[in-house]
Design a protein around this ligand. Structure first.
Ligand SMILES: Cc1cc2nc3c(=O)[nH]c(=O)nc-3n(C[C@H](O)[C@H](O)[C@H](O)COP(=O)(O)OP(=O)(O)OC[C@H]3O[C@@H](n4cnc5c(N)ncnc54)[C@H](O)[C@@H]3O)c2cc1C
Length: 396
């Protein structure tokens, strides 16, 4: 019998496992992951940004966890010899309408207590000569890191503390009883006193495996990237973001200098027709039928039809994708955009069609399910793990 079991070998599951082994060094802990390796999904396919907490409503879990996570991630990297870069980010307005929205963003950044600087077009050109805009906000607290390396270090800590991690072990059924939970997997069944589910793109399906009837469905949004050709490395020193549309949970196609020196462009946000659909050609009829069978997804698609078609167009036509970036980085050409692997975001959508923006958890007597952990969940993994551990203690 295990004291704790965790489903999901992404950054959230690994951070929870590490937190629990630190809090209860004598307890028996097992983490299972369905893929052959850790970080195979969102944790291994993201922008690598250590977010500062620019966009989130000040009273949200996202704002609280992101600010704490920004600090905690750096401290963790310092303690484990993981490289990260404190490059800061620029949010750039290119039109007068965007300048007004940037003003609103300034107020939010202020409300979130972050250091910031307002730049006019001349100052922006001094900061980043390749970038054009009417105004910009510079936020120094944003950084970059490789979250795969962070996740691996979390896993190493878990093993060093006596925890077990089993890859290639897919959970197929969960039975909760008054005094234990039985987790059936592709290998064998495990017994545990408490269960934490951090299944990312499969969050709703794993909840249903436990007989729960969650009031949301995970909608997979593919985020497609390009990488600038090597000769362009160094063309920007900071992250460059457009002004986001406040109605959407996505930040817009941005330029990110990665820790290895390359620069990624993206991601966009395209509805994926398969839960783990990393390529444009990945289509699962079963997944698509499941998606469209949920009223909330149909409402969400109807309400965001224009945005959806716009993103599809930019996905199919590279020239249109490029155009979005040329608005603030005019010197880029089609030839600069090289292929780079996509990621797929797990975005929970409510029955009412709302894209659920904050983190969402569901508990039973002996289990806690992480139902919605979108960006900035990689940044926030360590404080989320502490929060989950507290809630688990309240359960038991
Ligand atoms: C394109 C993109 C860009 C992003 N950029 C950033 C960023 O710059 N900064 C940031 O902070 N965040 C970013 N995010 C968000 C961040 O990557 C995720 O929020 C975070 O990685 C979520 O971690 P997770 O552990 O919840 O999920 P995952 O990493 O997806 O892990 C879930 C794991 O559960 C496993 N699993 C599922 N079902 C089962 C089962 N039945 N049995 C066993 N295992 C199972 C899966 O195989 C998977 O490995 C981005 C995400 C994407 C997709």
């Amino acid at each position: 019998m295990y004291d704790d079991m965790i489903i999901g070998g992404g950054i959230i599951g690994l951070a929870v496992a590490r937190e629990l082994t630190r809090r209860r060094p004598q307890s028996r802990l097992l983490l299972v992951e369905k893929e052959e390796r850790l970080s195979a999904h969102q944790t291994g396919h993201n922008s690598g940004v250590i977010h500062a907490g620019v966009y989130y409503a000040p009273d949200s879990l996202k704002a609280t966890f992101c600010k704490a996570g920004n600090r905690a991630t750096r401290e963790f990297c310092d303690g484990h010899g993981i490289p990260y870069v404190d490059c800061g980010k620029l949010v750039v307005a290119i039109t007068e309408a965007e300048r007004d929205r940037l003003g609103q963003l300034w107020q939010r950044i202020k409300a979130n207590g972050l250091e910031r600087r307002w730049l006019d077009s001349r100052e922006l050109a001094e900061y980043e000569p390749s970038i054009r805009g009417t105004t910009a906000i510079f936020v120094p607290a944003s950084g970059i890191v490789d979250y795969r390396a962070v996740a691996q270090a979390l896993a190493d800590d878990v093993i060093a503390a006596g925890g077990e991690i089993r890859c290639a072990t897919q959970v197929t059924a969960i039975h909760e009883y008054p005094d234990e939970i039985v987790v059936e997997t592709s290998n064998r069944a495990f017994h545990t006193r408490r269960l934490t589910v951090c299944a990312g793109l499969m969050a709703d399906r794993v909840a249903r495996l436990q007989g729960l009837n969650p009031d949301f469905m995970i909608c997979p949004f593919r985020g497609e990237y390009y990488r600038l050709k090597t000769e362009r490395n160094g063309c920007i020193r900071r992250m460059i973001y457009p002004v986001p549309d406040p109605a959407l949970p996505f930040l817009g196609v941005h330029l990110t200098p990665m820790v290895n020196g390359s620069i990624t462009v993206g991601p966009n946000a395209v509805l994926a027709f398969a839960r783990e659909g990393y390529r444009k050609t990945d289509v699962s009829l079963a997944d698509s039928a499941e998606l469209l069978g949920f009223p909330g997804i149909r409402k969400m698609l109807a309400a965001n039809m224009r945005f959806g078609l716009h993103e599809f167009g930019n996905s199919i036509f590279k020239r249109r994708y490029l155009h979005q970036v040329q608005l603030y980085c005019p010197s880029l050409t089609l030839d600069d955009l090289q292929p780079h692997p996509a990621g797929v975001r797990a975005q929970a959508v409510g029955r009412d069609g709302a894209l659920i923006s904050d983190f969402l958890f569901l508990t039973t007597r002996r289990s806690l399910h992480v139902c919605n952990a979108p960006s900035p969940a990689a940044t926030s993994a360590l404080p989320i793990a502490a929060y989950i551990s507290n809630r688990l203690d309240d359960l038991s």
